[in-house]
Ligand binder design. Structure first.
Ligand code: PAF
Length: 279
């Protein structure tokens, strides 16, 4: 496994592989890798011959007062995990490589996708995400890239960006990787105290129960309110709990993919989760 921090070296490695007919897959990450990230590496292998993993803690997707400075950086352990997983190349750009100009071009996703759910609590977050993912796509030039369904809104925005800008990249998605008690894996889970960690699975349980109620055609407003109350009673501070189209975050349409999405604070951590709805 090679680690590269210069763009020309990255381009050369990828071009050599592609010249031989190898398909190149990209797993974008911010490091602090857990089993969810390693699952992405394993999953993309099925769609490509060479795997590139990028590690870059992207400043433009953190708002003022968010955890950019303190975001866990664990490069040595990350590289070890990636080596075990059979990653071919780790792309480690610095901020100047990613944002070479004093004033950067940024990618503004459409309002209906970005100015809702997490975008309301984190203004500008998805502009930062789209801006860095487009840069990563241009730097690596992968044939395929993979994202986790845990960040469902991010996944939809990236899919839409690829379609809208006609980027020649296939996007794959991996279902959320969970701890054995159902908690979605996230680097931010480590902000939970032991007591909060014991409570945290209630988020997924509540979401799953709500999905079951919808499947049983119980009324949305009442069911949503009891789920919200249940979260508050457990100590969460819910931010949103929505039932939406899994295709464009519009109103859910019968017979089309639907999703329940939630964000809630628990102590210092902001947790998000989502599940599919069948109805
Ligand atoms: O999901 C993440 O880890 C980040 O948002 C991403 C896609 C690597 C962009 O910084």
């Amino acid at each position: 496994m090679r680690s590269v921090n210069q763009l020309d070296r990255l381009r050369l490695a990828v071009a050599e592989w592609q010249a031989k007919g190898d398909r190149v897959g990209l797993v974008p990450t911010m490091g602090n890798l857990h089993a969810g990230h390693l699952g992405l590496v394993r999953a993309i292998r099925k769609h490509c011959d060479r795997v590139v993993v990028s590690i870059f803690v992207n400043p433009t997707q953190f708002g003022p007062g968010e955890d950019f400075q303190t975001y866990p950086r664990t490069l040595e352990a990350d590289l070890e995990g990636l080596k075990q997983e059979g990653c071919d190349l780790v792309w480690l750009p610095d901020v100047d490589t990613m944002y070479p100009l004093a004033e950067s071009f940024l990618v503004q996703p459409p309002e209906h996708l970005s100015n809702t759910l997490c975008g309301l609590d984190r203004p500008g977050h998805f502009t930062g995400v789209a801006s860095v993912v487009l840069r990563l796509f241009n730097q690596v030039r992968p044939d395929v890239a993979i994202f986790g369904e845990k960040d469902f809104q991010q996944l939809l925005i990236i899919r839409q960006m690829v379609r809208d800008l006609a980027l020649p990249i296939e996007i794959q998605a991996l279902p959320t990787v969970r701890e054995s008690d159902g908690l979605a894996m996230s680097s931010r889970n480590q902000y939970l105290t032991a007591a909060e960690r014991a409570t945290a699975p209630v988020l997924h349980q509540t979401l799953t129960e709500l999905a079951e109620k919808l499947a049983a055609e119980q009324p949305w407003e009442n069911s949503r309110q009891s789920a919200w109350d249940q979260l508050e009673a457990a100590g969460f501070r819910p931010q949103y709990l929505e039932w939406l189209s899994a295709e464009d975050l519009g109103l859910p349409q019968p017979g089309r993919p639907q999703r329940l999405l939630v964000a809630a604070r628990l102590g210092k951590a902001r947790l998000i989760d989502n599940v599919g709805v069948v109805c």
